[in-house]
Design a protein around this ligand. Sequence first.
Ligand SMILES: *Cc1c(COP(=O)(O)O)cnc(C)c1O
Length: 397
Amino acid sequence: MSKRIYGDEYGFQTRAVHTGNDVDSETGAIKRPITMANSYELPYDPTDVNWSSAAGNLYTRNGGSNQKYLQEKLASLEGGEDCVVLASGVAALSGLFFALLQSGDHVIFSSVTYIAVYRLLNELFNNKFHVETTIVDTSDLDAVRTAIRPNTKLIHIETPGNPTLTISDISAIADIAHEKGALLSVDNTFASPFNQRPIELGADFTIESLTKYINGHGDAMGGAIIGKTEYLDIIRAQSQINLGGTISPFNAWLIMRGSVTLPLRMRQHNENALKVAKWLEAQPCVSFVAYPGLERHKGHETAVKQMSPGFGGVLSFGLKADHDTHNRFVSCLKVITSAVSLGHDESLIVFLGENDERQYLYPEEFHNGFFRFSVGIEDVEDIIEDLRQALKTVGLL
Ligand SMILES: *Cc1c(COP(=O)(O)O)cnc(C)c1O
């Protein structure tokens, strides 16, 4: 018996468990299998087959079964019509930009975004393809309005933004974009669909790095674009089938498995990060803490309006210390790992900052080096104790 669960008559957690899964019709297994085959059997007469089609099962670059299962689930969790999953978050970002933008189009993007957005739009797309770009502090709605041009095709924002946790108002920017005939894409990686669903707030596209919270276990890379089929069919044809940024079936399967516990993990990330942010805020050696769940955060009011039930697991903070003390502090950590990426089960910290070419785009407090801290789902007492003992060892407590 088939038990396909899609609709929003079911809760988020029920859909995280069930959507995209079904009983395997051949074996009766209650989990769909991984299909690692590159090709699927052709019909008796294949002369009418469109070799560049994503419809049906033909060739795994055009779309395989495990990708499709994951797409069903993510479209449902994000409240969107359709989804394309690709090999990484950056494949999703570049896939969206490549399929949507033409020479002569103008793009506005947030001053705080994942570094690849800056490289893609501000270096590659404008130099190679003559796409015009404007970098805007999209937490300032007047600045967004002022930056719009008659040829503005897309506004791309990231909220909370990586790495400063800057908050932009999704529904207000969707209104500004749509009034001028532009589209809005939102990188939702820091929040995850558990805390924020941009399409329900008026965005045209949601981007997720599945590498982060949605997989959540730090062992597979993937990316997703969620939106209307009308656009996603173009992205599928151009960016998946022709550019070839297809996800492997194994990674799609791992992410499908990881995403089952997204709601449980996110609750713990939300709770731990808020506790850690409050603890850090109370330490005299900490120069600032950026976390949208803190009342003093500049974007707190907007975050409360568009994020629920929590504010995610990533925060940034600074120390009143010199360069080497920052590195020594990290070397003293025992529970928290020094590594890039975020949204893993374990706590990850990275010292960023002093030589970042985009620093001029960040708020002042970020200019002397800072930590991006992805608070994991360990016991929060152990995370705080780890920070405390490391600060003490380097003489800051
Ligand atoms: C990590 C990240 C990406 C890129 O994702 P990959 O899976 O590493 O390619 C995009 N956006 C944000 C906000 C990220 O944190």
